[in-house]
Design a protein around this ligand. Structure first.
Ligand code: PDD
Length: 278
């Protein structure tokens, strides 16, 4: 695989980062994941806008102008002959002798790589997934897409160990989001419920795309918090992210969602999302 590190395209075994990089020492950095389908980036403008916003929130400059970042992504797709999968971008504050404080004007570290993956044909996307529930143990600025992901790593590990595909995180009885996805339910009267954007959740790019599609399809959508109890009673449930597209949720903890099959609204959004992505 060819990867990108600070201006250079290299075979992955030749790529190097300083052990003093603050991304490594402090998780002091931001990442983005864009899907690639049929060799084309999906919702990429939204991902790059969020990259810029996240970096701004933690005072790291953009490593390159947006147009140049798109060129890096395109070049990686080309060199790796990527048809379907993701392009990962990571920008950290850079390398300096270890100190919590940081100087102004540091040179950020920018790495990018591709991961080939069948997104559309994944069993999870096709058949739906079982989702665990656990307490949200993350920090208070979940709107920033930081590489500081230990709470998510442990939540996912625990969920997998219990036979679940993803974990929905719960705070004060309300679902915040998935460990790496946005959470939705559909009510008995056919309304999609999704939590409003705030510091409590990552503003999903796929969420933004799905909200637009729902509006165009005339499916009503309400931005509000929903409880675990409401989720148990839901007619449908699903999750979205760059890499999981629209994935039906058919089981939540020890309960089946409705009849345990992907619901019609979920299927419709899935189909239209993929149509528009192509
Ligand atoms: N995760 N919420 C969290 C906590 C996430 O980590 C993600 C994405 C999302 C969905 O965001 P988007 O639709 O923009 O991908 C919501 C990525 C895919 C990851 O960490 O690999």
């Amino acid at each position: 695989r060819t990867v990108y590190v600070n201006g250079q395209y290299l075979p992955e075994h030749a790529a190097q980062i300083s052990i003093f990089d603050r991304g490594f020492l402090f998780a002091d950095g931001i990442y983005e994941v864009s899907a690639v389908i049929d060799g084309r980036l999906v919702d990429n403008d939204l991902h790059l806008a969020r990259l810029e916003r996240s970096l701004g929130e933690i005072m790291i400059p953009m490593p390159l102008p947006v147009a140049e970042i798109i060129k890096v992504q395109a070049e990686l797709i080309r060199r790796n002959d990527l048809r379907e999968g993701v392009v990962y971008l990571q920008v950290t504050r850079g390398a300096a002798d270890r100190d919590f404080g940081f100087a102004e004007g540091m040179q950020p570290t920018f790495v990018a790589f591709t991961q080939a993956k069948n997104l559309r044909a994944a069993a999870s996307v096709q058949d739906g997934v079982a989702v665990d529930l656990m307490e949200d143990q993350r920090w208070a600025r979940r709107d920033i897409k930081t590489v500081m992901l230990l709470a998510q790593v442990l939540a996912k590990k625990r969920a997998k160990g219990r036979g679940f595909h993803e974990a929905w995180l719960v705070e004060d009885g309300f679902v915040t989001e998935g460990a790496s996805s946005t959470a939705y339910i559909v009510t008995a009267d056919g309304k999609i419920i999704v939590r409003p954007n705030s510091h409590a959740v990552l503003p999903g790019c796929t969420r933004q795309a799905i909200m637009k599609i729902a509006e165009e399809l005339g499916v009503s959508m309400e931005e509000r918090r929903f409880t675990v109890e409401e989720a148990y009673q839901a007619k449908e449930a699903f999750l979205t992210s760059a890499s999981s597209l629209v994935t039906p949720v058919i089981r939540l903890a020890d309960r089946t969602i409705a009849d345990g099959k992907p619901g019609p609204i979920t299927r419709r959004l899935q189909a239209v999302y993929l149509e528009l992505a192509l």
